[in-house]
Design a protein around this ligand. Structure first.
Ligand SMILES: C[S@@+](CC[C@H](N)C(=O)[O-])C[C@H]1O[C@@H](n2cnc3c(N)ncnc32)[C@H](O)[C@@H]1O
Length: 146
């Protein structure tokens, strides 16, 4: 196993452009077959995230409990990785039109993976504050990936 002495290098394979995922030409052939999936997992680097904080109120909402960042999806973390399931609407060459991507314009895309039944968990538990967050969600970036 290779060792990483405290850091490692990630090379983006594309970026968010016009709300779509645009894969760099060098990796475009790697998209072959992706249109057969309805949903994909997009992994990206939240490059404009702020300084990480150990404990935060989700979305800065004081009415919600203060929690360790690892219990939340805050972008402000030591490694600001974003992971989102998006619906694949259309592929045009190296550009994927998607629904549900909560990443800003220019966000570096690190990887894409097909979403399969192996990733879908039918029964899971979440704390009560998650339901409260759903009722106050105001972020305009994300459109739901149904
Ligand atoms: C809370 S993060 C969650 C991302 C992903 N769904 C996850 O759970 O890993 C998504 C939010 O971060 C913000 N954001 C989007 N792109 C960003 C970027 N490139 N740098 C910093 N913040 C970003 C937007 O407010 C967006 O709604």
């Amino acid at each position: 196993m290779s060792r990483h002495r405290g850091s490692l290098v990630l090379r983006p394979i594309g970026r968010v452009e016009g709300g779509a995922i645009r894969i760099h030409r060098r990796w475009a052939k790697g998209l072959e077959g992706i249109e057969d999936f309805s949903h994909i997992l997009a992994l990206f680097w939240l490059h404009q995230a702020g300084k990480p904080a150990l404990r935060i109120h989700p979305k800065g909402i004081k009415a919600l409990p203060k929690l360790g960042f690892l219990s939340t999806r805050t972008p402000h973390r030591p490694n600001p990785l974003g992971v989102t399931v998006v619906r694949l609407l259309k592929r045009r060459g190296s550009t994927l039109q998607v629904e549900g991507l909560d990443a800003w314009e220019g966000t570096p895309i690190l990887d894409l993976k097909p979403y399969t039944n192996r990733e879908s968990i039918k029964q899971f538990r979440v704390p009560e504050w998650i339901h409260r967050l759903d009722t106050v969600e105001t972020d305009p970036v994300r459109t739901s990936a149904s």
